[in-house]
Design a protein around this ligand. Sequence first.
Ligand code: BG6
Ligand code: MG
Length: 214
Amino acid sequence: MIKAVIFDLDGVIVDTARYHFLAWKRLADELGIPFTEADNERLKGVSRMRSMEILMEIGGITLSAHDKEQLANKKNTWFVDYVERMLPEEIYPGVKKLIESLRQRGVRVALASSSKNAKTVIQLLHIQQLFEVVVDGTMIVHSKPDPEIFLLAANRLNIPPADCLVVEDAEAGVEAAHAAGMRCLGIGKREQLLKAEKVVAKTGDFTLAMLEEF
Ligand code: BG6
Ligand code: MG
């Protein structure tokens, strides 16, 4: 029986995954690194610094710790610029209703994002009140695919991990959910989320009836 649903944020609640991609792409262009949307799949769900390292791997370059930090900060400034221009209407269709109906049914709901900007994003969307628990990149040591963030969310909800379902658009997030002993609903394309128990194209396609399938 699923007693709690833990939602990822970027690419699950709102398309900020697109803004992360655009900001990394701009940095890659500046560094002369070829960087595609397929490459970007590897950056989804992981921390800012890990993303920076993956970008360096793709480009076959090495940088000092100082330069790495500066470039990651630059990417973040661009990302924050996009986010600050975001409108509350950009929340994916059906998401608010879905969360409200889960809660009406007595299912507990949390948000668990690797992003250090997660609180800003949910404030701008006016959706803080939808989640009983919010955990983000400022509260953990190890980012997804490590299970730390999901275990922290389950702990704050006081629900055993085995009774939690994670909703994720990133492969690193699916791995983190499984490492936490949770089941996972993937959002997006099956070929990018091979390990998820079930995949739907959009978060709004997730129905309460599907809870029985986990
Ligand atoms: C995750 C995104 O939610 O947060 C990643 O999927 C991003 O793409 C990570 O790198 C860290 O985000 P931030 O806002 O702390 O740089
Ligand atoms: Mg995501």
